[in-house]
Design a protein. Structure first.
Lengths: 115, 115
């Protein structure tokens, strides 16, 4: 079974600064997907970014980028030029490729952007 | 807006009652997933349907059941409700053609309160 660990329950950063959220996972699979989802106070689950394990290039979506280290089973999220609207819970999630299609979530990191 | 709709947004009921949560997937998506988010258990996968058929089961109680209809909308039925069933219930959908996995997009959730 896969496990996802987010070791930072809470973080805060000044507006416009850069912040990195950590995520590690454990799996015996070789092909999988990793995701970061954002849950703002509205409680909606919003996809932030996705990484395919077979791709060596790190995914980027505007101000959001990941540092994917497959050997280390690490998948961190970097938010650049942070904005007040980035205040949310951030969940790291694992998904098997060609297997049980359930998402396995970490416990989340509560990120607060300070004006 | 993810394109996934869920009704109702809020539901307040008493212990022992039965409720039905409804989900409509994004246009073109064949798979529907149900997740439960509670304070003590985090985000947990309940069940997946693909094109009308049950495809995967997670930590779903026997008191809970689901189905996916020919128009691909899905319903999650919760019966003999207990206080501990109070949670946010998410539906997600993906294209998920047979033999592959894809990104799951989440609906806004149904907040269930059992009194």
């Amino acid at each position: 079974a896969q496990t996802v660990t987010q070791s930072q329950p809470e973080m805060s950063v000044q507006e416009a600064e850069t912040v990195t959220l950590s995520c590690t996972y454990d799996t015996s699979e070789n092909n999988y997907y990793l995701f970061w989802y954002k849950q703002p106070p509205s409680r909606q689950m919003i996809l932030v970014i996705r990484q395919e394990a077979y791709k060596q290039q790190n995914a980027t979506e505007n101000r959001f980028s990941v540092n994917f280290q497959k050997a280390a089973k690490s998948f961190s999220l970097k938010i650049s030029d942070s904005q007040l609207g980035d205040t949310a819970m951030y969940f790291c999630a694992f998904l098997n490729y060609l297997g049980n299609e359930k998402l396995t979530f970490g416990t989340g990191t509560r990120l607060t952007i300070i004006p | 807006d993810s394109g996934v709709t869920q009704t109702p947004k809020h539901l307040i009921t008493a212990t022992g009652q039965r409720v039905t949560l409804r989900c409509s997937p994004r246009s073109g998506d064949l798979s529907v997933y149900w997740y439960q988010q509670s304070l003590d258990q985090g985000l947990q996968f309940l069940i997946q349907y693909y094109n009308g058929e049950e495809r995967a089961k997670g930590n779903i109680l026997e008191r809970f059941s689901a189905q996916q209809f020919p128009d691909l909308h899905s319903e999650l039925n919760l019966s003999s409700l207990e206080l501990g069933d109070s949670a946010l219930y998410f539906c997600a959908s993906s294209v998920s053609s047979s033999g592959s996995t894809d990104t799951q997009y989440f609906g806004p959730g149904t907040r269930l309160t059992v009194l």
